[in-house]
Design a protein around this ligand. Structure first.
Ligand code: CA
Length: 521
């Protein structure tokens, strides 16, 4: 294959090598540049002679300064770069950019499950909420029995899931930050894919009592049967209840209650819904230098299509947008939104400081092996998932778009950790999850379909039955960003309508991981 590099911006002085397997020293590019080092795929090559201390630009952003003279054609890797400090959170451009108004995209629909509260599910799942990890084994046992004995009787229900987690006891539950894991769990129970049916399994003596998790007034029941919301009693199976004699009586209780909810869930039917009912969470994991060149720009293009169709899209991952905060505050709808974004960044800066680290703790050995020298470079590639629309709102960790009355492009502040980000986006109300990966991860969730986008042809070829879309074709010139963006948009509509993703096909399910910044005891 002809030696190829990709330049992200005309002001850049580095570009990344496209060819599978990288390129040997002596390889000559079409513009005459000759490699003086062997350069791995996805890694940077110096386009010009860079003297010591020179700024290295990618995405027209300074990703670092050279630690020594670097001749043109050299491999520019992390050990040759000094990372710049994080941009201060003062003096930022606030809602200064007015992105051109986009033409609405009408007529796109999917077949979803409309809920009583107005939200729309993409799946029909019985979720069993747990207040504490202590009950996880019992719930898992009951879920297996429900799947084997009850689910076949309710053919319109897709699945039964125990919402297991490690929170609920042994924690400082009155600490201010405990609000995050508690509201996360509460809002996950109300995810649109669960049809407003909430049943809880509690131990009895735990700190997170069912009434604390689900105070009266927040319990969503699809069919209120004439009762007012305040009169609806939370459906709780308490394992320490005196009525339980022996393990099987606990299992019987859980199964008896599950049946009540399965009856109602089984009445749900898919109906044609406008694409505006989609609530899409986007994130990346196992990123490489192609993430920001192929998959994430294609996701960004699809994000713009979704916003034009009136849908809600959440992007997240604080440490992966921190270095681009000025791009985001400038795109905010108004100064309130920009200030909310700064507030979330500032909270996270202090959270990291408490652990004696900063945002640079984000990058993994795999990121670096994939060509991403540092968090600045990674962030520039991560942010493009947000497309180019106005940012119309901000969610703090664990909040939901419905509760906050938000629509459009939303910044949902979450850690970048794949499982924690996914968990928080579930709480925010997502009914579809888009996940890009360059190194490759088999990520999946039981609660919501996950569409995985490969950044490279090589990964898409080897993981052909794990990756749902191959954006690597953008780097090899076989497809444009627009092509893959439209393909992804159409795939989203069919997956939201019931088409299974590879992760669903193989039943790949990562754990729910609640973000608990408060102390444990
Ligand atoms: Ca992630």
């Amino acid at each position: 294959m002809t030696p190829l590099f990709i330049l992200m911006h005309e002001a850049d002085n580095v570009a990344i090598v496209v060819n599978d397997g990288g390129l040997p020293s002596g390889a000559v590019f079409a513009n005459g540049l000759t490699l003086v080092d062997k350069v791995p795929q996805g890694h940077k090559v110096a386009l010009f002679d860079l003297p010591a201390g020179a700024p290295v630009r990618r995405y027209n952003v300074v990703i670092g300064h050279t630690l020594r003279d670097i001749p043109a054609g050299s491999w520019v890797h992390e050990r040759l770069l000094q990372m710049p400090p994080a941009r201060a959170l003062t003096g930022l451009p606030m809602a200064t950019v007015k992105p051109p108004s986009m033409v609405p995209l009408d007529g796109y629909t999917f077949d979803g499950y409309r809920n009583a509260d107005g939200s729309v599910g993409s799946r029909n799942i019985l979720a069993i909420t747990t207040t504490v990890q202590c009950v996880a084994g019992v719930v898992e046992f009951a879920v297996q029995r429900i799947k084997a004995e009850l689910l076949p009787l309710y053919p319109n229900v897709d699945d039964v899931v125990g919402l297991e987690h490690t929170y609920g006891c042994g924690v400082a539950i009155d600490a201010p930050d405990a609000v995050i894991p508690i509201r996360t769990l509460r809002n996950i129970s109300r995810n649109p894919n669960f049809g407003g049916e909430v049943m809880v399994v509690s131990l009895g003596c735990e700190k997170l009592q069912p009434e604390r998790l689900m105070p009266p007034g927040v319990i969503p029941i699809t069919d209120l049967r004439g009762e007012s919301q305040d009169e609806v009693k939370l459906d709780v199976v308490c394992l320490q209840d005196d009525a339980h004699v022996g393990f099987m009586s606990m299992i019987d209780s859980v199964m008896r209650q599950a049946k009540v909810h399965l009856e109602r869930l089984n009445q749900r039917r898919r109906e044609t819904c406008p694409a505006s009912e989609l609530v899409v969470g986007v994130q990346c994991g196992g990123s490489d230098a192609f993430s920001g060149v192929t998959a994430n720009p294609a996701v960004g293009f699809a994000t713009d299509l979704l916003i034009r169709a009136g849908a809600t899209v959440m992007f997240s991952e604080v440490t992966e947008v921190r270095d681009g905060i000025d791009q985001l505050t400038s795109r905010a709808l108004n100064t309130d939104v920009a200030e909310a974004m700064i507030r979330e960044m500032d909270w996270y800066d202090r959270y990291l400081e408490k652990g004696l680290v900063d945002r640079s703790a984000n990058t993994t050995p795999g990121n670096k092996a994939g060509g991403l020298s540092n968090i600045v470079e990674k962030a520039m590639g991560s942010i493009v998932k947000s497309g180019s629309s106005v940012i119309s709102g901000v969610l703090s960790p664990g909040q939901s778009v419905r509760e906050q009355g938000l629509k459009g492009l939303i910044y949902a502040a979450t850690p970048a950790s794949d499982f924690i980000c996914g968990t928080l986006q579930l709480a925010a109300g997502m009914n579809l999850h888009i996940f890009t990966t360059g190194r490759g991860t088999p990520y999946g969730l039981a609660e919501c379909p996950v569409i995985k986008v490969a950044t490279r042809n090589d990964l898409a070829r080897r993981w052909h039955d794990l990756m749902d879309i191959n954006a690597g074709r953008i780097a090899s010139g076989e497809a444009s960003i627009e092509d893959v963006g439209w393909e992804l948009f159409r795939l989203m509509l069919s997956v939201a309508s019931g088409k299974k993703t590879w992760a669903e096909h193989w039943k790949l399910r990562n754990a729910l991981v609640l973000f608990n910044p408060a102390p444990v005891t």
